[in-house]
Design a protein around this ligand. Sequence first.
Ligand code: NAD
Length: 257
Amino acid sequence: MSSDARFAQVAAWLAEARSVTALTGAGISTDSGIPDFRGPDGLWTRQPEAARLFTLDNYVRDPEVRRRAWLARRDNTALTAEPNSGHHALVSMERAGRLRAIVTQNIDGLHQRAGSDPDRVIEVHGTIFEVACLTCNDRTPMRAALDRVEAGEPDPSCLICGGILKSATISFGQALDPYTLRRAVTAVSESDLLLAVGTSLQVHPVAGLVDVALAGGSRVVIVNAEPTPYDRAVDAVLHERIGDVLPALATAVERPQ
Ligand code: NAD
């Protein structure tokens, strides 16, 4: 099938779907200047040792890892990035009544910033805009913690219990919040089309949401520049740039031919 025919087929499926859930990954935010992990310019691809900063055990054990992690957070482009046409396309699909939920692995808050209904955005890997205490679980704004770093505390601790603070994101070796994961599974189960956008589908359990969709008989469409382990199992794959294809799909859904 030509890529035009594949696009037309996906647009028709989106237009006829009763309920669509989008599953987004780092690839939807690369056009906003936030590097992904596993793409050609990804953080892991360029600096494999950076993964150390994102491993919970190392973070808890080693104050030097924490000091470096705070500096990395201070400089994280996700804190200041602006949403791009991919995020806006999902807002259009929601306003056209097509989108039940966005399950996002991203921690950058850009779906909400673009105008997606926050109640429909399920952040399975947390958010960089908050900090959580690893002991008492108290949550505070990231900005307040970064102000402490900038005022000379290289590893600020919890003001309530003295525990270790970390961004409220899921590190390697850290369990996902079961309630949030359940919400994601419910959204996927109750939709008849799953649109996976900008994710390498290599991170579990989130990648397993594709299995949930397939097992429930839903259509699954992947939009991603590079191949994923699920390409052969799903109904269609658009190996194209998100910034090109998602706005075009949103337009096709708003004005079906
Ligand atoms: P990933 O890095 O594993 O995969 C991203 C995929 O997107 C790659 O396959 C890449 O080819 C594709 N891609 C990148 N830019 C694209 C574009 N413009 N058009 C089409 N495809 C494009 O990302 P993942 O699957 O989300 O897993 C990485 C983990 O890292 C996630 O858990 C997420 O929490 C975290 N992360 C988040 C951010 C963020 O919040 N923006 C950024 C980096 C990593």
